[in-house]
Design a protein around this ligand. Sequence first.
Ligand SMILES: Cc1cc2nc3c(=O)[nH]c(=O)nc-3n(C[C@H](O)[C@H](O)[C@H](O)COP(=O)(O)O)c2cc1C
Ligand code: SF4
Length: 443
Amino acid sequence: MAINTADYQPSRESLAALTPVLTKRWLSPDAWKIDVYERLDGYTGLRKALKSHPDDLIQLVKDSGLRGRGGAGFPTGMKWGFIPQNDGKPHYLVVNADEGEPGTCKDLPLMMADPHALVEGVIIASYAIRANFAAIYIRGEAVHAARRLRAAVEQAYAKGYLGANILGSGFSLDLVVHSGAGAYICGEETALLDSLEGYRGQPRLRPPFPATHGLYASPTVVNNVETIASVPYIVLGGAAWFRSMGTEKSPGPKIYSISGRVNHPGQFECGLGVTLRQLIDLAGGMQPGHSLKFWTPGGSSTPMLTDEHLDTPMDFEGMMSVGTMLGTTAVQVFSDQDDIVYATYRWIAFYHHESCGKCTPCREGNYWMVRILHRILAGQGTHQDLDTLLDACDNLLGRSFCALGDGATSPVTSSIKYFKQDYLDYIEGRKAPMFHGELVGAH
Ligand SMILES: Cc1cc2nc3c(=O)[nH]c(=O)nc-3n(C[C@H](O)[C@H](O)[C@H](O)COP(=O)(O)O)c2cc1C
Ligand code: SF4
């Protein structure tokens, strides 16, 4: 990539990739206030939805092809369709606002700039799955966003969008904003449900799945903030409109958060399938003096890519075709001046710290991997250490109780795959050690 200056202008082609849908109100002053939101089309999707049959709404979301924005890309309409009907049990909607994946920064800005879009989506989704209670589980550190959401919920109650008999429709819904205590594992949907119930946040054995045995052992849909905030737009615009953006199998707009060695880090909403080259262009180009070396497409749990992949479409299929995943579209850009071994060490230190300890491969594997990486950075590593790291990953991937353990292998395997030489530079003494002595205690 070229070296660019601050007065950089993105190309017409990159600018054309922008599709402001979820972000369209972000720059409107006071858009988080309910009267401004209403002026900007807010709650019109809800009025329309309440006149539809719930099953038709589920079908609409299925037809739109909306896929979960929390990382795995599971089809949202299909998930809603799994909720058993006429089962005599309460149904719940839980919004996952934990946003803990390293590098991810899309849900918090959305909740800060446009909290009513989420509240409106919650009401429509709850109506569709016949839930009369919904919760937004927000990460504990995000006090500012929790405050803003609670204010939005209060305003929505005051205007009759929440509570009993919403807008005279006969449908009632209570919505609670629940702050977690700040643990990455509580973003995993079953750990989140345990935490919401007041237990220690640790993943549950599946099956049974939350669709039948979720919150308080009742049918529950867990969806990401961006997924739910997309719903009012689909209700207003229709499935065909939604499919006019993105790609055939990954339709719709997506908020990409880009950070690292770019001139203007931030959120850029584009149709799924935009390329890294376009995103870097939109973010003002690479910082002066830096050229792209490695990047994550969707947070540290998605295997890293290199400058070979600048033009690969960033949708679910495109990222899979090059051995990684779209994840949360947390694009972290690193340059030739960043140390990949150190970056990997820091990520594994994070997984080690955040491992809930329930299963041995993840608890022990991350403990040992962080020590081996530290040893390599301290100039004490051996060639055998690289094999041991890969062996540890072999014992984690597919053998861990939840996807946190699987995700921890991504930085290690992908960095060794693409940049083994950087490890060898430390091991064979060509690079000065970064640390001295052994890692003692925590990291
Ligand atoms: C360790 C871990 C952390 C996760 N953190 C989040 C998160 O912060 N937000 C989120 O929406 N999904 C997170 N997920 C994914 C959720 O388990 C779940 O798939 C998602 O909330 C489903 O919503 P969606 O279908 O709308 O994507 C995490 C998964 C794992 C394994
Ligand atoms: S993989 Fe890690 S986070 Fe997940 S259950 Fe096992 S120890 Fe806990």
